[in-house]
Design a binder for this molecule. Structure first.
Ligand SMILES: C[S@@+](CC[C@H](N)C(=O)[O-])C[C@H]1O[C@@H](n2cnc3c(N)ncnc32)[C@H](O)[C@@H]1O
Length: 199
């Protein structure tokens, strides 16, 4: 039987053009790409169609892309086949994650929140490795939809506190324009972090 998150996301990636179309790589990674070690392994967690993973793989980085949605991975795989890029995919529920220790040089986490995964990242990142993390923060002024899950939102300042013993290269909590058509002209509160695991 399919994971409940897979049912929701497979439907979006199969039927909604906003998700079917490949997006641009995330600006946070573009801005700090010069900090990424030239060799090593990149993890794109809850990668979706992995626009940022594809961007890094095109430039020679080896990427492992994980997601619960098979439909998302299929979109990404079709790009990889066209260009023979160095990306491996696995279908995985990251709410109950297992990842190897001391394995990744870069971890990408965009618009997905699994609190157990935060502790896993701390172990799975190699010393000197860089974490890019961006997702929504709880915002009392925003009218959440009835089906919004409060567990999908960071608390204010929470993200920074999980990595306070790492070298914080960039941290901000800011407003971002909503991409959703129903919520157009509304802004959402997000947190953005770039942090290096210390030696
Ligand atoms: C908002 S999208 C973000 C996709 C991608 N990180 C990006 O930057 O475009 C959220 C992603 O989380 C994935 N996801 C949702 N629940 C998941 C779970 N339990 N385990 C792994 N991935 C999950 C979805 O399939 C979807 O691809």
């Amino acid at each position: 039987m399919s994971h409940p998150d897979a049912l929701i996301w497979d439907d979006r990636y199969s039927n909604d053009m906003r998700w079917r179309n490949l997006r641009s790589p995330r600006n946070l990674v573009i801005s700090y790409q010069h900090l990424i070690p030239r060799s090593g392994l990149v993890l794109d967690a809850a990668c979706g169609s992995t626009p940022t993973g594809l961007h890094l793989a095109r430039q020679g980085w080896q990427v492992i892309a994980l997601d619960v949605s098979n439909a998302a991975l299929r979109i990404a795989q079709s790009e990889v086949q066209k260009e023979a890029l160095p990306i491996s995919f696995a279908l995985m529920d990251l709410m109950n994650p297992w990842l190897p220790s001391n394995r990744f040089n870069v971890i990408l986490n965009f618009y997905f929140l699994s609190r157990p995964l935060l502790a896993t990242y701390r172990k799975s990142m190699k010393h000197g490795g860089i974490l890019f993390f961006e997702t929504f923060v709880r915002d009392e002024s925003f009218s959440h939809e009835a089906d919004d899950n409060p567990h999908h939102y960071l608390e204010p300042h929470e993200l920074k506190s999980h990595f306070k013993d790492w070298n914080i290269i960039h941290y901000e909590e800011t407003q971002r324009a909503s991409r959703s058509t129903e919520r157009r002209n509304r802004s959402r509160r997000i947190a953005r972090l770039v942090a290096r695991k210390l030696k």
